[in-house]
Design a protein around this ligand. Sequence first.
Ligand SMILES: [Fe+2]
Length: 489
Amino acid sequence: MKKRILGRLGEVGILLEPKAIDALMRLPDADECVDRMVEDPGNRALILTEEDIVGYARRDDDIIRGADDVLPGVEGAADKAAEQGAGRLKPGTVKVIKDITGNSTCVGNVIDFAKLFKDRYLTLRKMLSKRRELAGQLPIARVKKLERDLRFVGIVNDSHTTKNGHTIIEMEDETDKIMVLVMKGSARMNEAFLKDEILGVVGSFNRDGELVVAKDVIRPDVPLSSGMAPNGSESIVAFVSDIHLGSNTFLDKAWKRLVDWLGRDPVAKDIRYVVMPGDLVDGIGVYPGQEEELRLDDLYGQYLALSEAVKELPDRISIVAMPGNHDAVRLAEPQPALPNDIREMFDSNIEFVGNPCYLEIEGRVILAYHGKSMDDFNSGVRRLNYTNPQEAMKEMLKRRHLAPVYGGKTPIAPEQKDYLVIDTVPDIFVTGHVHVCELDEYRGIKLINASAWQSQTAFQRMHNQTPDPAKVPMVHLGTGECWVEDFSG
Ligand SMILES: [Fe+2]
């Protein structure tokens, strides 16, 4: 029976984790459960877990015959979820799920990138190998012995366009290198293959066996999802990025308007969280000639001013502060949280986190990343620019990586684990860095680029970048509703 059921699932492209298969096979009427999965393509996860099976078996309390007897976890799981839900909904609590702070392993002079890239490769290969198209993928050394139906996962060493308009990608894994040809006119032709990103390839060798002609190039991507289902939370999270305190272009009047609004507006009373995704202060010596544009030319003075500015926000608000490329921590990503001597200047309602950081707030997972890698995405992917950061964010999600390019404009630290891999699918993904305000959605994930509190700088003028400052994107954690409040004047 197992073979028949798995065959049925295979036909419709439904993938199950091993535990999910076990759970399904325990059901006296597994076919009924499969029917329910087949009927639900819009909401179905890419790879179904044991909990998903339990969910289908109990859909809307219409329990499949005998399911409660054979899935004892059903009752327990429901209770546990309710319990966790109740705990998660305690307002005011910010849980840091993952960041580099306190976990950095790169010390001394040993610069060892091999472990970082191996970790990236293995994590993303695991994700890719769950894709139906890549079932049976093999190491490059082994696929080289085949002629057709090659399936493998590799890291991009380099890619270039030939004079005939085809794209050649040089790829590598731990075992060997291989050249891949993406034909002009093929579906993937307009894709940009970035150095150090991980790709899955399906293809066949060309006649002389030198190149793999790609039939498909597959990225890990995030699964389709209908987004944030209502969870009963009544709180709002506001995103306040790139404050740049200390700069002479810091918008104090706009900041004052924000503070006043938070204190009196009926909508604002539900704002329980403010997440600040980097560039808290303007810093010192970040770019040549910066001293001409500083109002406060002392780094500690800048953070002191920030602590005063933050004190003006109502006490009910929990604040999450992340560094960016202007802040007082190492530039190389992942960046740890600000050091203790700076933290001590602030009240206890502020949580200092690293960049990037996964947070959980009232049952919602937020991925916050300052966004320095947009400099690399914008130069590597033709259709991207500084006015559409949400498009670069989609490219990151497709690659399940925040900053794949090593040796570009984003400095990367040789950690043993790759903290820039998007291993968990967030509900909300927020960035800053480019000083514009954008709200978008990709496969159910809310995308936010969170404006700035600085008017156009000479540097931005020179690079033709027009900021969209003093805007605050908001997300209602209960309903998932998103909007922007404008404090620009
Ligand atoms: Fe910035």
